[in-house]
Design a protein around this ligand. Structure first.
Ligand code: IMP
Ligand code: MG
Length: 183
């Protein structure tokens, strides 16, 4: 596999991602056995992860919905500003909701989402994050399902972007600092 020249280091390769996503799907199958869930994807970062996770959750009925929020602009450091760009299509009262996020860093986005969706009386509300950058935490939030813990570095790929780029990389990698410092 050729590595993109802007990537300093691959943190999680394609095979490890695929394997872990299947494990998460099986865990969710088991934990929600006999129930029906709604995966709520947080656009756009969760898109690739959610597509694979949904296929790995193959033992229970499942619906998909999406929210789009903005918290970063083109910066690599959280500004603590969360703005809703697109809300859910369907009401969630009485439903089992599993928020699907690409990465939890400061926790500001997740804290806001849990608060917002929690007010809508779901039957349950949990979180599945592909990556957990716990060293960045400002708000004390903890995802229920985590793919991988990552160090406090800016990562891209498999849905995660820098300035909307690199989402299509099939692995998680650390961006070369020159790429965002040279602006
Ligand atoms: P938080 O609100 O600081 O937890 O950040 C959540 C959002 O910021 C994520 O859903 C990502 O879209 C973005 N983000 C945080 N860290 C990174 C990173 O290392 N690379 C790319 N996006 C990130
Ligand atoms: Mg993002």
């Amino acid at each position: 596999m050729t590595i993109h020249p802007d990537i300093a280091k691959v943190l999680v390769g394609q095979a490890a991602l695929a394997e872990r996503v299947v494990e998460l799907g099986q865990q969710i199958n088991t934990d929600y056995a006999g129930k029906e869930i709604v995966l709520v994807g947080v656009l756009k970062g969760a898109l690739l992860f959610m597509a694979d996770l949904a296929r790995a959750i193959d033992a229970i009925p499942l619906a998909l919905d999406f929210m789009a929020i903005s918290s970063y602009g083109n910066q690599t450091v959280s500004q603590g500003v969360v703005r809703i760009i697109k809300d859910l299509d369907q009401p969630i009262d009485g439903k089992h909701i599993l928020i699907v996020e690409d990465i939890i860093d400061s926790g500001l986005t997740l804290h806001y989402l849990l608060d917002l969706l929690g007010q809508r009386q779901p039957a349950s509300l949990r979180v599945c994050a592909l990556l957990d950058k716990s060293a960045g935490r400002v708000k004390p939030v903890q995802p229920d399902y985590v793919g991988f813990a990552v160090p406090n570095e800016f990562v891209v790929g498999y849905g995660l972007d820098y300035a909307q780029r690199y989402r299509n990389l099939p692995y998680i990698g650390v961006l070369r600092p020159e790429v965002y410092l040279e602006k």
